[in-house]
Design a binder for this molecule. Structure first.
Ligand code: PRX
Length: 638
């Protein structure tokens, strides 16, 4: 049986889209009526993009976890809510039913309440991909605490920056996390981070890898032990905090074109409604399907399409602790086979890396349960699209190419599986409620098709970001000031003759490495912290697997140099220490100077061309302070 708001034909899509544009308030009011409210909304939408101010479903009171859990207890109590596959395939997997999820989340929420955590407090979560990570997210939402999940690939310094920016009072972590053959010592990184964070009062640690951890009296608690005590004493508090529609639900930090990551803030009701609506429609989820999203909950994809939307839809969400290539490159296919997965949602970088390893890992794997394939995070090249279609989908599974961002909360442009047409490397058409436009660099609206432009959105959808934590002006400047009355995505796009959108990539100084956003300024700041570095410039270059790689040009003070290879390795180690291993440059070229204009501006355009290997198309260099430097950089290109 389908959902009441599920679009089941192309005609239904066209009509839903038309209604969503003609009368957005009525359109979303109807969808909102399928959710569980403590009090219904009074005013559907209040907005302007100048401040910006966006309020959806004002007056409505709800708790998202009652929508994710409680309301399924009547008819789905024994259905798996989460299936968890461990990193090591020989370890036992876990299945958590909706009933069990209710118990675990309320128990954890009680622990947090007992420790004084309350509505509006910020809680930082730094865990591996274990079920307790999903419980922790939901337990925070249960009590109205604002969670800020940090991906396990970030350094102690990055954790500290995020804790300080949000003024978090508690951290939830694990002793360690398994990722393929590696153990990551999460708790010791948290210990290092909180040394500089005076706001942190409590640290809860879940035992996973059994590495020794230091435990400071009156600050550190073992999470499992705390939960056991609550269960034993029969004091689980099942109450769900009443939340206003616009109360913040979570903060998620993401890179921008300036040096410091921004805390994107999402609010309760709009986020819940939009992510669930898109989950059901894009993937054409039907009750009973097994949905496998391979993202990490440390990124927005995991927040929206592993935790919140699938659970709101009463789905079964498969959560995988490990990586696609360990213990061998057949791991995803083993999982699809083992659980008879119906929907597989992954990133182009994973597809490309598996594609390179050939068809061997697919032998004897039963993929016949698959109905829908999805991609997210970066443009998918046609070769990878066809490989995915032919070898994984066996040419019978629609592929949804879903374009969206941390700031958008949910999918904005995508085909609907088997309902609207797909086109390789095109995200295609907007979701109902989404009004994309292309503008030229002067901000002029481009009306015609078969054109490139800067991708903007001209009307709010329910899960648009509300602010950047603690700095609303930054939100305005970043997203709402480039073009008046438009939300600017930072992406470029091409629109074809049918109005289908193909995302061409970022038009700002943000890189997309394996589907993860990294600001060039952030990497440069980290490199510049390395002893002996005078200055640096970071650009992206095409990378076969990662989509983009990081190329750093570094001016280094010779006196510090022992030997070139050691210097480069040390610079990379500094970046890993400052930001995290995910931001390590793929290539570092030591140079005597950077190409600059007479006013001192670094000409990144030239460096980008060099990094891309376009040595004969550098363009005009006569305006440079020292054109000779370009020849030298070209000669020593890696
Ligand atoms: O450049 C776009 C790219 O990823 C950026 C958003 O990154 P992030 O906030 O980390 O969220 C990633 C997961 C939603 C976008 O600005 N991007 C995302 N999806 C696609 C994409 N580029 C092309 N095609 C996509 N399907």
């Amino acid at each position: 049986m389908s959902y009441p708001f599920q679009i089941r034909s192309l005609e239904e899509y066209s009509s839903a889209y038309r209604r969503s544009i003609d009368d957005p308030e009525e359109f979303w009011t109807e969808i909102a009526s399928f959710f569980l409210w403590k009090s219904p909304p009074q005013k559907v939408l209040n907005w302007n993009f100048k401040d910006p101010m966006v309020n959806w479903f004002d007056g409505g009171v709800l708790n998202i976890t009652e929508n994710c859990i409680d309301r399924h207890l009547a008819d789905k109590a024994d259905q798996p809510a989460i299936i968890w596959e461990p990193n090591d395939p020989t370890e036992k997997s876990r299945t958590i039913t909706y009933q069990e999820l209710h118990e675990e989340v309320c128990t954890m929420a009680t622990v947090f309440r007992n420790h004084g955590i309350k509505k509006g407090d910020r809680v930082c979560i730094y865990m591996g991909m274990v079920p307790e990570l999903a419980f922790a997210v939901l337990a925070c939402a249960r009590i109205g605490a604002i969670h800020s999940v940090i991906f396990g690939g970030f350094s102690a310094q990055s954790i500290a920056d995020r804790i300080q920016d949000a003024g978090a009072t508690a951290v939830i972590t694990c002793d360690g996390a398994y990722r393929g053959a590696k153990d990551i010592p999460l708790k010791s990184l948290v210990d290092e981070a909180v040394e500089d964070c005076k706001t942190i009062k409590k640290v809860f640690t879940l035992i996973r890898t059994k590495v020794p951890v230091s435990m400071i009296k009156n600050r550190d608690y073992f999470l499992e032990q705390e939960m056991l005590e609550v269960k034993r004493s029969g004091t689980i508090n099942y109450e769900a905090e009443p939340m206003q529609a616009e109360d913040p639900l979570f903060i998620l930090y993401t890179s921008g074109s300036t040096g410091k990551p921004k805390g994107v803030v999402h609010s309760c009701a709009g986020y819940m409604i939009y992510t669930t609506y898109t989950f059901v429609n894009v993937f054409q989820y039907l009750p009973g399907d097994i949905h496998f999203c391979t993202a990490d909950i440390g990124w927005v994809t995991g927040h929206s399409y592993i935790v919140y939307a699938p659970l709101c839809a009463g789905a079964t969400s498969l959560m995988f602790e490990g990586i696609p290539t360990w213990p061998d490159a057949g791991r995803f296919w083993d999982i699809v086979d083992k659980y008879q997965v119906n929907i597989l949602y992954t990133a182009p970088t994973a597809i490309r890396s598996l594609m390179q390893l050939g068809l061997g890992p697919l032998e004897n794997k039963d993929l016949s349960s698959l109905k829908v394939l999805g991609t997210v995070g970066e443009p998918i090249n046609e070769e990878a699209w066809h490989w995915y279609d032919k070898n994984i989908g066996k040419e019978k599974c629609p592929i949804v190419d879903t374009w969206w961002q941390t700031e958008t909360g949910g999918i904005l442009i995508s085909n609907l599986a088997g309902i609207t047409p797909s086109k390789p490397s095109y995200a295609t058409l907007p979701m109902p409620g989404v009004q994309p436009v292309l503008v030229d660099d002067q901000g002029k609206l481009i009306e015609e098709n078969n054109v490139n432009g800067n991708l903007c959105i001209r009307f709010p959808w329910p899960s648009i970001l509300r602010t950047t934590y603690g700095d609303h002006e930054r939100c305005r400047l970043n997203y709402f000031s480039a073009y008046p009355d438009l939300y600017f995505t930072g992406d470029g796009a091409f629109r074809d003759e049918n109005g289908f959108y193909r995302i061409t990539g970022r038009v700002d100084d943000v890189l997309n490495i394996s589907g993860h956003r990294i600001g060039t300024a952030e990497v440069e700041n980290a490199i510049n912290m390395h002893a002996g570095v005078v200055e640096s410039a970071v650009v992206g270059y095409p990378h076969d697997i990662k989509g983009q790689g990081i190329y750093a040009f570094v001016v280094y003070n010779e006196e510090h140099s022992i030997n070139e290879d050691a210097t480069k390795a040390n610079i990379a180690a500094t970046v890993a220490k400052v930001i995290g291993p995910i931001a390590k440059p793929d290539k570092i070229q030591l140079v005597n100077g950077l190409p600059k204009t007479r006013s001192g501006k670094i000409m990144r355009r030239i460096l980008r061309k060099i990094a891309e290997g376009e040595l004969h198309h550098i363009g005009d260099t006569t305006t440079l302070l020292d054109p000779g430097i370009v020849e030298e950089i070209k000669k020593n290109k890696i």
